[in-house]
Design a protein around this ligand. Structure first.
Ligand code: COA
Length: 278
């Protein structure tokens, strides 16, 4: 399926179990505007989140930015981008009543709330809402030529897509404050050092390495993958002792699933597990 601002492709997972598993690859498709997220992008992303949630075949989601187009005659090439933020042209002349409904129902939370694994594949600028979209994913793989940041302060704003909260939980208070208050750019190597991204690969290898990881994740039991995501998320919201209790209770509950028996038997038989997803 494809819309103007978001291209959705399905990549078949080889030997998936249950069968017909796919990785859903979403490409933010406004390369002329460095894939800045406008209202239509939010609507398209939210629609895809609903679809992916209800489609049992979707085992993992990869979000990326469309590469730059060939420059027009005599014009300079635009830089690569994951997303250079929310579309600033939509901010002009708006007051709080205008923007509140939009920010209450935004794509960053929709992606964050998907129960399936999500990977941001970042090549180029990921600024403002772009960094925030990457932070809404579970895992971030970056090319060496990427740049992160929360430059909203330069516009007289603060991050509004969860950046202050998710960044703080990911990299801590001091580093978040530096990024949010300075509005400065963070190179991919700094992002790696801080823990904003999981790993850096060359831009030539970015797609293959990201898809390799997505395939690995998509080969697990889709039921257990969701449990794992839910339980790790618990660490962000729950007091430590409650998180430990939640983990234990979910771990024990897995002993009533068919996939636990399938996984353990496959290990003992030295065969590949054929998950049933329950
Ligand atoms: N919203 C709307 N349009 C954007 C945008 C955004 N967040 N970021 C880039 N664009 C547009 C530019 O207006 C330009 O459009 P045009 O060619 O029609 O004039 C096009 O994308 C290319 O951007 P440009 O600024 O010319 O590229 P550059 O290489 O000189 O600079 C950036 C790249 C990322 C440094 C610069 O575009 C930038 O600072 N963008 C805004 C980042 C930001 O503040 N994001 C947070 C928003 S809340």
């Amino acid at each position: 399926m494809s819309t103007e601002v978001l291209i959705v492709e399905e990549v078949l997972v080889e030997s998936a179990s249950p069968e017909e598993g796919v990785i859903s690859v979403w490409t933010l498709n406004r390369p002329d505007k460095l894939n800045a997220l406008n209202s239509d992008s939010h609507i398209a992303i939210k629609e895809q989140c609903v679809k992916a949630e209800s489609d049992d075949n979707v085992r993992c989601i990869v979000i990326r930015g469309a590469p730059p187009l060939e420059p027009k005659e005599g014009r300079r090439a635009k830089p690569p981008a994951f997303a250079a933020g929310a579309d600033i042209s939509e901010f002009s002349g708006k007051n709080s009543d205008d923007v509140r409904p939009f920010f209450e129902e935004n794509a960053w939370e929709a992606v964050w709330n998907v129960s399936k694994p999500t990977i941001a594949m970042v090549d180029g600028f990921a600024l403002g809402g772009g960094t925030e979209l990457a932070l809404s994913c579970d895992i971030r793989i970056s090319s060496e030529r990427s740049t992160f940041g929360q430059p909203e302060i330069n516009l007289g704003l603060i991050p509004g897509g969860g950046g202050t909260q998710r960044l703080c939980r990911l990299i801590g208070y001091g580093r978040t404050m530096e990024i949010v208050l300075s509005g400065g750019m963070v190179s991919s190597s700094e992002a790696l050092q801080m823990g904003i991204v999981n790993r850096i690969v060359s831009h030539e290898e970015l797609e293959s390495k990201t898809m390799e990881l997505a395939m690995e994740i998509a080969s697990k039991s889709p039921y257990v993958t969701k449990v794992a995501k839910r339980v790790v998320r618990g660490a962000l919201d729950l007091p430590f002792s409650e998180g430990i209790l939640m983990e234990r209770s979910e771990f024990v509950a897995l002993f009533d699933t068919e996939d636990k028996e399938i996984g353990v038997s496959a290990f003992l038989d030295r065969s590949d597990p054929k998950w049933v997803g329950r």
